[in-house]
Structure formats: structure tokens, C-alpha cells
Design a protein around this ligand. Structure first.
Ligand code: ADP
Length: 311
């Protein structure tokens, strides 16, 4: 019988000594959907992922539940590992081997050999556009090629669920878009995805549902587009020159405006672009930036911090 959702997490806690990495987290991932765990460094995203794929144990008390396609990763690690492909954050490829050999080595781990292994490897090399590089040593590959090879490796056992930990961190925008296209194709093929990222654009492009985490807890949950439509004003005026902030202080008394400061920037939010344009007209062109609100603004609203803040 098919489980109602691919992954179900209920009231999960994880402590490292005094550090509460995950604090009572609950969420569910739909079959063939892409679910995002979004949050700044240290929010607990990787720890949550590791508990899903059986690399970290959750706290026994308070007792939480993790169900991956009917299995508890803590009690049935092998069953879960056969159903999952994992793309870890670090490039843990064997640098002395070439592209084909890296995949061939993993195929053996999965019990694939002979023509079945060859067919699977050829298909993945082509799919990830690595054909020209099949005999290149891993150390000679660019960051984007290494990522594609790691994704190919994670797909060797034909997984039902793909776990992606910061899949495009450190890559340039063009490569990032290419990887997003590949991931969208996999989703179309029915693969469920659980993804961590601190790039709001990545979450927006790929995720059907997401949670934004902060200090191990869920602060926002929903569908990216709906969240933006329902939970935050449409427009933002970012004022980047602190000296100019005094100049427009009086304008901020309007009830249709909301202001937030994060790091060095004053953000003024409104549903009325005309109102923001009026404020901008009192400033110099280099002092401000007028734009549509995004998931990062939602995060700042919920926590008072920026997504790329560390610590
Ligand atoms: P994220 O993936 O959102 O950046 P992590 O899950 O890596 O966050 O970390 C959450 C918190 O748990 C951080 O405070 C981090 O220092 C701590 N942490 C993560 N892994 C370990 C570990 N193996 N030992 C001790 N503390 C850890």
C-alpha cells in the first residue's frame, strides 16, 4: 500500500551536547514533489537531512517520528538507503578516478555489474552532459561538472527519493540554472526531492512546498508563490545609504508602510509601489533599490535576520 506521503517527520529533536540543532520539527513531503528546507547557516537543515537518510540519530526524548516510504531510517537503514539517492554538500568524489570509473565504483556498491551497470552509467553520463568528460579525472572537472557527476552517482540505484544538500552552493548562475533544469526533469519522472538551500531563488524555482527554519525550528511553512502572495507586502524599497535614512524618517509613519532593518539596509515594505516611488524620489539614485518582495523578506519578517547571516 502506498504511504500517504513520501516522507513524514513529526516532532523530531536533535541535540549535539548543549546545541539544539533541530527542535521539534514536523513536515511532510508529497510523492513526486520537491520539498525545501530553507534557512541560514546553522539553522539545522543538514542535521534534519542526515536524520532522514539515516546518517544521524534523532533524540530519543522527546520521542519523534521519521517515516521514509514506510520505513524508519533509524531502525531500517538499509531499506531506506535502497530507496534514496543522496547528493551531499561536499564533493566527496574519488579524485584519482575518472568520471566513468567513479560511477562504475558506485554501481558495484549497489550490486550493479556487467551490461546493466554499463547501460545505467552511459545513460546518466549522457543525461548529465558529461559525455566529453567521461575519461577525465575528477580533479580536472569544474565545480559544476563535479556536482553533475555527484547527482548522476546518486541516481545510479534508481532512487524513489533524491536528497539534495545545498546542490548548487558555490556554483556560478549559468551552471546553477542547468542543474535546476536537470532536477526539474527528474521531478517530472516522478522522483521525490528533499532539498536544503539558503538560496531563496533556488527554493522558488524548484520547491512545491517549503519550510523556513531558524535555530532548529520551523518559522514559516507553505508553497513559495502562495507565501509571497499572502504573507508579505508586494514591494520593497531597500535603502542602502545609512546617512539618507534620517531624511525619510517622517514618511515611515504611514500605516500602509512597514520598515525593517537588516544589517546595513533599511527595507520599507508596501503594497503600493506609488508610495515607495514617492519616498525614492527624495533620495539619490545610488542610495536605494526598488524591487518585488521575495522569500528572504519573509524570513526577515519572521526572524529579524537575513538568510545569509551565519552563526
Ligand atoms: P545548516 O545545515 O542549516 O547550516 P547544521 O544542521 O549543519 O545547520 O547545524 C545545526 C547546528 O548543529 C549548528 O549549531 C552546528 O554547529 C551544530 N552541529 C551540526 N553538526 C554537528 C556535529 N556533528 N557536532 C556538533 N554540532 C553539530
Amino acid at each position: 500500500m502506498q504511504q500517504p506521503c513520501a516522507i513524514s517527520v513529526q516532532n523530531v529533536h536533535k541535540s549535539y551536547g548543549k546545541t539544539k540543532a533541530v527542535n521539534g520539527l514536523s513536515f511532510s513531503v508529497k510523492h513526486a514533489g520537491c520539498f525545501g528546507l530553507l534557512g541560514p547557516n546553522g539553522a539545522g537543515k543538514t542535521t534534519m537531512m542526515k536524520m532522514v537518510y539515516g546518517k544521524a540519530e534523532r533524540d530519543a526524548k522527546p520521542e519523534g517520528v521519521i517515516n521514509v516510504l514506510g520505513f524508519d531510517p533509524q531502525h531500517n537503514p538499509l531499506n531506506v538507503r535502497h530507496l534514496l539517492g543522496v547528493v551531499p554538500q561536499d564533493d566527496n568524489l574519488d579524485v584519482g578516478l575518472n568520471v566513468y570509473q567513479n560511477l562504475s565504483l558506485f554501481a558495484k556498491f549497489y550490486g550493479l555489474s556487467g551490461s546493466a551497470a554499463k547501460t545505467a552509467i552511459e545513460h546518466l553520463i549522457e543525461m548529465m552532459e558529461l559525455t566529453d568528460k567521461r575519461y577525465s579525472k575528477t580533479r580536472e572537472l569544474s565545480g559544476g561538472m563535479k556536482r553533475r557527476l555527484i547527482i548522476a552517482r546518486a541516481l545510479l540505484n534508481n532512487p524513489k527519493i533524491l536528497i539534495l544538500d545545498e546542490p548548487t552552493t558555490g556554483l556560478d548562475p549559468q551552471v546553477r540554472h542547468m542543474i535546476w533544469d536537470k532536477l526539474r526533469l527528474m521531478k517530472k519522472d516522478g522522483i521525490t526531492m528533499l532539498l536544503t538551500t539558503h538560496y531563496m531563488e533556488e527554493a522558488f524555482q524548484l520547491c512545491d512546498d517549503l519550510i523556513i527554519m531558524h535555530k532548529g525550528e520551523k518559522v514559516i511553512e507553505g508553497q513559495p508563490r502562495e507565501l509571497l502572495e499572502q504573507s508579505i507586502e508586494k514591494y520593497v524599497l531597500d535603502i542602502v545609504n545609512k546617512e539618507r535614512m534620517d531624511k525619510i524618517k517622517d514618511c515611515l509613519n504611514s500605516p500602509s508602510l512597514r520598515a525593517d532593518i537588516s544589517r546595513e539596509t533599511l527595507h520599507i515594505y508596501s503594497n503600493h509601489i506609488v508610495e515607495l516611488n514617492e519616498i525614492a524620489s527624495q533620495l539619490e539614485p545610488g542610495d536605494y533599490f526598488l524591487r518585488a518582495a521575495n522569500l528572504e523578506d519573509l524570513f526577515i519578517k519572521a526572524t529579524g535576520r537575513a538568510l545569509d547571516d551565519s552563526g
